[in-house]
Design a protein around this ligand. Structure first.
Ligand code: ADP
Length: 425
């Protein structure tokens, strides 16, 4: 019997999931990072990676046939020729490179770059490319050889070949996932030699390095596969496999991902598509979501008040629940004000109105993705804190008009273990 490991590096800790050859979850473990100084982050990730693998029972560990790692999208490291980080990593939400967005916009405005997209995913204050451009102005760049994402670097520690990434992590670096190559405008930049070689997620990169196999008591034949990002790993874990199937993440915000035969890009609404083999994962993110509920209700209140909602009735209250002004999807209005009035005295009626309004926004979101060309919605899986709310599920089912169910596995690490098992998407 062989086993396959997926390791999910999140913002506060890492999780490991092990599956067998029939994709059954056999073992799970997690480790928090604790409070770590920026300068110790990479070392902490490395320790956590090794410690998590060492948690696996020795006999099972010897039978690990493949490992894959996912990381937070747009968390990057600048490495030397030996793959060692030259500076602390820049995390997914680090806006240090914000000014480089204008550098790119000016570049795209030049005549020879007319083919560059005017509103690209790289044109964000936190994109991987913007971070690399920021680094290119620091002295340390003279020793740099590779730009790697968090997942790339952690996998490198196992297989030992620096400079390899996957096309999920590389989307925010500017990699063209339709053509499967770096676009000409990007290859012409001075930083181009630092860009990683990009392969499909799940691609076999190599076997674990002999010294790592010895240190971790792994089989020398254990393979390391290209990884993915945390949100795509969560999608892979959900159980959605067919075009038309989608995953809604009901966390602090509302994130939709619809598996489609065709890609959809729309800069107005911040919609972009990840490649998933010969299919596309079309995504949009609304600022509404569970963070608004937290402003009004404790977790215990949320649970007991939700149980009293008459879900077959349509709430007469139409809100636009936001924690602060501004929305991008499915309404693009940077100044949109939160609408949370009128607030009835009955907390059940208020919660009913909030959940019904968010269900309406979710349905409008999927409608917009379909209007822009995505495959029609057939089923919705649900991840995140709101997935446990049965009343909300019932309201959502009424608005969406398709079956709504919980993700089969809630952990992104499970989705990454499936990548290790499948050896590719
Ligand atoms: P994130 O990772 O975005 O912080 P989580 O997936 O951990 O979010 O989910 C947390 C959110 O889930 C909170 O904003 C909370 O309001 C919401 N939540 C938790 N329990 C419930 C519940 N029973 N019903 C609805 N929402 C809930």
């Amino acid at each position: 019997m062989s086993f396959y490991a997926g390791i999910d590096f999140g913002t506060s800790g890492a999780r490991l999931a092990i599956v067998n050859a029939t994709a059954e979850l056999c073992y799970e473990a997690s480790m928090p990072f604790g409070t770590v100084a920026e300068s110790d982050l990479a070392a902490c990730w490395q320790e956590t990676l090794f410690a998590l693998l060492q948690k696996v029972d020795r006999a099972e560990r010897k039978k690990l046939a493949a490992i894959a790692v996912n990381g937070t999208s747009a968390t990057v490291l600048l490495c030397d020729a030996a793959g060692q980080p030259l500076t602390p990593p820049l995390l997914y939400n680090d806006p240090r490179g914000a000014a480089e967005v204008e550098t790119l916009q000016r570049l795209f405005a030049q005549e020879q770059y007319m083919n560059a997209p005017c509103q690209h995913t790289v044109l964000s204050a936190t994109s991987s490319l913007v971070k690399l451009l920021w680094w290119s102005r620091q002295a340390t760049i003279s020793h740099a050889k590779y730009l790697l994402h968090q997942a790339d670097w952690l996998a490198f520690l196992l297989h030992g070949q620096p400079g390899i990434s996957d096309y999920h992590n590389s989307l925010k670096l500017g990699y063209d996932v339709v053509e499967c190559r770096y676009p000409a405008w990007l290859s012409a930049l001075a930083i181009a030699p630092l860009l990683p070689h990009v392969v499909a997620p799940g691609t076999l990169i190599g076997r674990v390095q002999p010294d790592v196999a010895t240190q971790l008591d792994l089989s020398p034949d254990c393979r390391v596969c290209a990884g993915t990002t945390d949100s795509i790993a969560a999608f892979l874990a959900s159980g959605a496999t067919e075009p038309g199937e989608a995953v809604t993440s009901l966390g602090s915000t509302l994130v939709l991902k619809l598996l489609s035969q065709v890609p959809v890009e729309n800069q107005v609404y911040g919609i972009y598509s990840h490649r998933l083999g010969d299919r596309w994962l079309v995504g949009g993110a609304s600022n509404t979501g569970g963070a608004v509920l937290q402003q009004f209700f404790t977790p215990a209140d949320l649970a007991c008040l939700s149980d009293r909602i008459p879900t077959e009735q349509v709430s007469p209250l139409t809100y636009y629940p936001l924690t602060q002004p501004g929305e991008r999807f499915p309404v693009n209005d940077p100044n949109l004000l939160p609408c949370l009035e009128p607030q009835p005295d009955d907390p059940v009626a208020f919660l009913h109105g909030l959940l019904e309004s968010m269900a309406r926004i979710e349905a409008e979101g999927y409608q917009l993705l379909q209007t822009l060309g995505a495959t029609p919605l057939s089923r919705v899986y649900t991840a995140g804190g709101g997935a446990q709310n049965a009343a909300w599920t019932a309201l959502r089912q009424r608005h969406l008009g398709v079956t709504v169910e919980r993700s089969r596995q809630p952990e992104a690490a499970y989705g990454t273990a499936l990548l290790a098992l499948g050896g590719g998407i």
